[in-house]
Design a protein around this ligand. Structure first.
Ligand SMILES: O=C(CO)COP(=O)(O)O
Length: 253
């Protein structure tokens, strides 16, 4: 049985003060939720304050990106060790906004993913197709191209102690959510790609859905057998809305 996970990707939003108070609200509300792993993923510069605001709560901390390199002269980069030090358990690798605006290639994303794994962080590999790619019937081909370099570097055990997030680009920040059936189809496909290497690992692998998830549509998405929770953008910035999504995930267990 896979434990549902709901992760809030705060992207480049907020101030030190708003990050602190959002974290405190989530921590207080999450105290009464059992059976769901709740994660917040603030900007790097807010990680320390957010960790302190989370205190002893069970809410976990994640980062939005990481360097593929261990340390050294890499101005502006943040290493896996720094993330571990500051209390991160999760790190996003290859979010579509980084692929699109920072031109991150599938190969670079694979290197980041492997660096995170080596350091004992749980990497969340984000994959997803554009609207045009879906229209052309290329969804599986695009997802396979995003998965393959990671599997090539990592071998059969790649997705042990790791996560996948399916975030169709056309659903991110657009208010257009994938239908539960569309999400399920892709999640099943992703799990089967991993199962080709190891059925056991594929069976344990959390596959999250992201793209315009809100409290009102979360339960339907999470009711699908291969949708193990959500990676939430906009709706994670409002504590009550985010906790509504967590409650929907709790209902799945
Ligand atoms: O990109 C996302 C989470 O990583 C999804 O963003 P939205 O929930 O704002 O569509």
């Amino acid at each position: 049985m896979r434990k549902p996970i709901v992760a809030g990707n705060w992207k480049m939003h907020g101030t030190l003060e708003s990050a602190r108070s959002l974290a405190a609200e989530v921590a207080a509300a999450a105290g009464s939720t059992t059976g769901v792993e709740v994660v917040v993923i603030p900007p790097f510069v807010h990680l320390h304050a957010v960790r302190n605001a989370l205190g002893e709560s069970a809410v976990q901390l994640g980062a939005q990106d990481v360097s593929p390199r261990e340390e050294g002269a890499h101005t502006g980069e943040v290493s896996t060790r720094m993330l571990r030090d500051i209390g991160c358990r999760y790190v996003l690798c290859g979010h579509s906004e980084r692929r699109q605006y920072q031109a991150e290639s599938n190969e670079l994303v694979a290197q980041k993913f492997m660096a995170a794994r080596r350091a004992g962080l749980l990497p969340v590999l984000c994959v997803g197709e554009s609207f045009e790619e879906r229209e052309r019937g290329e969804t599986e081909q695009v997802l396979r191209a995003q998965l393959d370099p990671v599997l090539r570097l990592g071998g059969p055990a790649t997705f042990e102690k790791a996560l996948l997030a399916y975030e169709p680009r056309w659903a991110i920040g657009t208010g257009k959510t994938a239908s539960p059936e569309q999400a399920q189809d892709v999640h099943r496909f992703l799990r089967s790609e991993v199962a080709a290497f190891s059925a056991t690992i594929a069976d344990l692998l959390p596959v999250l859905y992201g793209g315009s998830v809100k409290a009102a549509n979360a339960a339907e998405l999470f009711s699908q057998p291969d949708v193990d929770g959500g990676l939430i953008g906009g709706a994670s910035l409002i504590a009550t809305e985010f906790m509504g999504i967590v409650a929907a995930a709790a209902g799945r267990t």
